[in-house]
Design a protein around this ligand. Structure first.
Ligand code: EPZ
Length: 421
């Protein structure tokens, strides 16, 4: 298992870029099952989770090829007439977003057998809303030996009112409804930019979707969809993470391709703690202060402050000139980075879904352990600021959602390298 070794090395400076969005790429790759033919997806990030999704698709009989383009990696997926509509436990247990094949399989192939995703480090993460939504469209759902078995001759449109806001639940139902007979209305839909991006791709395939990005999405089912050529939007969470690297080190960094509208709550918070954030023609620039001020954070569904940026901002606030209170409202166990940040000298107390962060002028390097994707990013950020050496172990967590983060940070002046484990 690889580790990342960081030696605190002062302010980061320069220009970097955000790669394609992981949480847009995953549902978009799954949507290829909806249309026979060869899809071309551009700006596909080279991430472990993307490789897992491609493996799920090829296990079903699709063909995939990664062509490394000049600027970004291009991925071609060929879906034929025959597909084995099954997603095995071995794959789903490594990435719960594999459940995103459920909607497309039932809609186009009439049946699906997908392993129930287990929980993960940050929470139980059930998929009851996904199943309730598909059942509303007429799918017969059975749970059998740890697998979801779903069947439907032809899905029928209906109203799906989610009991709670779910990003992949909204995406699964939107994909299924694209080929259902009649109109589907999704109420209490997730409003994340990645949901909007998926709707853009589905409409390019010939779907008839409106309202994506709001809490009510209308889908008029069509008889068939066609393959698509699409470039995926930039990853707003990676962009936010790179901006936090500038904030915590008092640096001056431009993150190209970052879309300000996708990150408003995060940019607002970074300004609130004393960062100078400007929107440039090709991205977002952040100039960090010598020391950030404290601020309170409450994570919320989009357009609120994203839970996927909570751990990163906690690392920044661990060095603030006062006390901040962070409330995690989305996942029940997303403070695993607290114990590791404390090893670096942070003064943080977590109780339930609230963490009190008493800012420290100094952090000091130590060996720490990554526990989940965004926690590992938080530890890397703290290592950039900590005096001395920080060794972040189990960075396979990081590789799930960041395309060689250490290379991007090194290019900005960080003293950082991967240690092969
Ligand atoms: C997506 O996960 C993202 N993943 C997550 O990003 C992100 O943290 C999350 O949305 C919230 O923004 C992808 O898009 C691939 P949810 P998802 O369904 O869809 C509960 C990262 O770091 N819930 O919106 O799985 C659930 O337990 C990852 O990139 C149910 O109870 O999240 C959670 O508490 C981590 N029943 C809340 O809703 C359901 O059927 C939000 O979950 C579905 C969800």
């Amino acid at each position: 298992m690889d580790s990342i070794l960081i030696t605190g090395n002062g302010p980061l400076k320069g220009t970097t870029h955000a790669s394609g969005a992981k949480n847009a790429a995953l549902p978009i790759l799954a949507s290829s099952l909806l249309a026979e033919g060869t899809h071309t997806f551009r700006n596909v990030p080279a991430l472990a989770d993307v490789s897992t999704m491609l493996k799920v698709l090829t296990t079903m009989g699709a063909k995939s090829e990664r062509l490394s383009g000049k600027k970004s990696s291009i991925c071609e997926i060929e879906v034929g007439k025959k597909v084995t509509p099954e997603a095995p436990y071995e794959l789903v247990k490594t990435m719960r977003a594999s459940v995103l094949v459920l909607g497309p399989l039932v809609a186009r192939w009439g049946r699906a057998r997908v392993s129930m995703p287990g929980g993960c480090a940050i929470g139980a993460r059930p998929i009851d809303q996904h199943l309730k939504g598909l059942a509303k469209l007429g799918a017969e759902i059975e749970l059998h030996e740890g697998y979801v078995e779903a069947r439907a001759k032809r899905l029928k449109g209906g109203t799906v009112a989610f009991d709670l806001i779910t990003v992949t639940g909204t995406e699964n139902v939107m994909m299924a409804a694209s080929l259902a007979k009649g109109r589907t209305i999704i109420e209490n839909a997730a409003r994340e930019p990645e949901v909007e991006e998926l709707a853009r791709v589905l409409n390019k395939m010939g779907a008839r979707i409106s309202g994506a990005g709001t809490d009510v999405i209308t889908i008029d089912g069509v008889e068939g969809l066609k393959p698509v050529d699409h470039a995926i939007i930039a990853d707003r969470i990676e962009a936010g993470t790179l901006l936090c690297a500038a904030a915590i080190t008092g640096g001056d960094v431009l993150v190209q391709h970052a879309v300000p509208e996708h990150l408003e709550a995060v940019l607002h918070k970074l300004r609130e703690i004393g960062c100078k954030v400007t929107v440039e023609h090709d991205g977002i620039r952040l100039v960090g202060p010598a020391r950030v001020s404290p601020a309170d954070i409450k994570t919320r569904e989009h357009p609120g402050f994203p839970t996927d940026m909570q751990a990163q901002l906690m690392a920044v606030l661990a060095t603030a000139s006062g006390t901040s209170v962070i409330t995690e409202n989305i996942f029940e166990n997303r403070f695993m980075h607290v114990a590791e940040l404390r090893r670096l000298g942070a003064d943080i107390t977590a109780e339930g879904n609230t963490a009190v962060v008493r800012g420290q002028a100094k952090l000091s390097g130590a060996p720490v352990m990554a526990t989940d994707l965004r926690a590992s990013a938080s530890l890397v950020l703290a290592g950039l600021k900590a005096e001395g050496k920080t060794l972040v172990g189990r960075v396979y967590h990081l590789d799930r959602g960041y395309e060689r983060l250490e290379k991007k940070l090194k290019a900005l002046g960080a003293n950082i390298r991967r240690v092969k484990g």
